[in-house]
Design a protein around this ligand. Structure first.
Ligand code: FAD
Length: 468
């Protein structure tokens, strides 16, 4: 905590009350700063009028960042998630070939936590204002940003991928793609429990593990336990369709939660029917018309330090600085880690928050997290330049549970990838973790055929007996 009195308190303005902005705001408040959040929406609208920005699942490193900021990481309030079941296949229907199949438990008892960003923002904003933070409803423009930056010691822009992100030019040297790599369909659903009988054909712990079905031609389908703002414990579905695929055509037809749900059911019936009993048990959350999202992200890294027209430096935070395709769950996590690093650096610093200082904090974030986060995203997207690594890693994961945990550990901490720049280094990394030669792992990594679900929703049997 700062030892300065109120009149000497340093001031911070944060534009945007998304999950990144509000986490940073509470962090700065906890560090003794005088904090103002400027939001284009009021608190009720932030909770009820918009969809969640994304599934925003956190893992060990970003949960630690939340705790460093003095925030609840929601552990204990959400359905327990301890690992992930992955299945990779090619073809469809009678021509389907099952390629890889493995069930991973996260390292060191780590947990994945999926919480509705609207719930986090609502609860954290309430805490922020009740503890003396200033909340101002204002659609900030480039002109008003100049005035805000002039009257605060530190100004942060956390307006997401849209908003004021255009004020920060794209960093071409760090940006690999010029278009989205996947079309995304997200929908939160209720009706499916989280017990060990759910997805039991994939994992002995069933509903404690996220599921991931990868079609070589179509893209990826992910299911994960989730805490919805109104329905509470629920499931989040996230579909990633490759450009030009049948899934992309189907996803693009979604117009509301009900049609998104029908598309999810149809895609499973036609492509991933071994999971169909679980998927068929899900239901739309009637009280939330915004429980779905259709979109696409062009992964982009921006020059995160901008200068307003009168020469005041401002720093981009969260999606405004770096936007990720969500395949490796890096966006929300990065925003929390960047915020925690920034608060820690500002708390221990007495000088001006000038351009040089802001640039230094962003470069530290880029080197310690951002660069590796973009790499793991490219790895999971199967980027052509990294395809030989991803093929090796997924095949090795299918025969080494230890390596599978390390591979999925990259989602929490992607930095091990920074040291892997040759095929030899990749093989050494695999062999070192698995404790056996890579060729032995690869020789036994094929799937023997996916098991089909025999799940029966609780109450379904009694219901059919009663009907008979
Ligand atoms: C489908 C999908 C799934 C995802 N899954 C994951 C995941 O599992 N794990 C993970 O880590 N990440 C995930 N992400 C990414 C994650 O959701 C985002 O990185 C994160 O939510 C972004 O938060 P943010 O606060 O930076 O931006 P936003 O949530 O976009 O917040 C920006 C805020 O600024 C406000 N605003 C905009 N313009 C102005 C203005 N001019 N003045 C004032 N206010 C303004 C907006 O209204 C909004 O409230 C996913 C993303 C998608 C699309």
């Amino acid at each position: 905590m700062s030892s300065l009195g109120p009149s000497q308190q340093r001031t911070v303005a944060i534009i945007g009350a998304g999950q990144t902005g509000i986490a940073a705001a509470l962090g700065f408040l906890n560090a003794g700063f005088d904090v103002t959040v400027l939001s284009d929406r009021d608190q009720i609208s932030l909770r009820t009028d918009i969809p969640a920005t994304g599934t925003a699942v956190t893992f060990a490193a970003s949960q630690a960042a939340e705790r460093e900021l003095g925030l609840d990481d929601y552990a204990g309030r959400v359905p327990l998630v301890t690992g992930q079941s992955t299945q990779i296949f090619t073809g469809v229907g009678g021509n389907r070939q099952d390629l890889l199949d493995f069930d991973t438990t996260y390292l060191d008892g780590a947990r994945a936590i999926g919480v509705d960003t609207r719930l986090k923002v609502d609860e954290r904003l309430r805490e922020f204002t009740s503890r003396g933070g200033h909340f101002v409803i204002s659609q900030v423009t480039a002109d008003s940003l100049d005035e805000i930056a002039a009257s605060h010691d530190l100004t942060l822009v956390a307006t997401g991928r849209g908003g004021l992100s255009g004020s920060f030019p794209v960093d071409e040297s760090r940006t690999v793609y010029d278009s989205p790599q996947r079309t995304l369909l997200m929908v939160t659903l209720t009706g499916l429990e989280h017990g060990s009988d759910v997805f039991a054909h994939r994992s002995p712990v069933g509903g404690e593990h996220n599921t991931f079905a990868v079609s070589e031609e179509q893209g990826e389908l992910w299911w994960g336990p989730y805490l919805h703002k109104d329905a509470g414990p629920s499931w989040s579905f996230l579909g990633f369709a490759k450009r030009g695929s049948d899934w992309e055509k189907r996803f693009s037809a979604a117009q509301d939660a009900a049609s998104a749900h029908r598309i999810v059911l149809d895609v499973h019936r036609d492509y991933v029917d071994w999971d169909l009993p679980e998927v068929s048990a899900t239901r739309v959350i009637e009280e939330d018309p915004h429980a779905w999202l259709l979109g696409a992200v062009t992964p982009t890294v921006r020059h995160a330090v901008g200068v307003t027209k009168s020469g005041h430096p401002v720093l981009a935070l969260g999606d405004t600085a770096i936007s990720f395709d969500p395949i490796a769950a890096q966006g929300a996590q990065g925003g929390l880690i960047q915020s925690a690093q920034l608060v820690a650096a500002a708390r221990d610093y007495d000088g001006p928050f000038d351009e040089q200082w802001l640039r230094g904090t962003f470069e530290h974030f880029w080197e310690s997290r951002g660069r590796a986060a973009t790499l793991v995203t490219r790895l999971f997207l199967g980027d052509a330049e990294l395809a030989h690594y991803s093929q090796l890693f997924f095949a090795a994961a299918a025969s080494s549970p230890r390596f599978a945990s390390a591979l999925f550990g990259l989602i929490s901490d992607p930095t091990p990838l920074l040291g892997i720049d040759t095929e030899e280094a990749a093989r050494d990394w695999v062999a070192g973790i698995a404790g056996e030669p890579v060729d032995d792992l690869l020789a036994r990594s094929a799937a023997s055929g996916f098991r089909y679900s025999t799940y029966t929703p609780q109450g379904a049997e009694q219901h059919s007996v009663a009907q008979a």
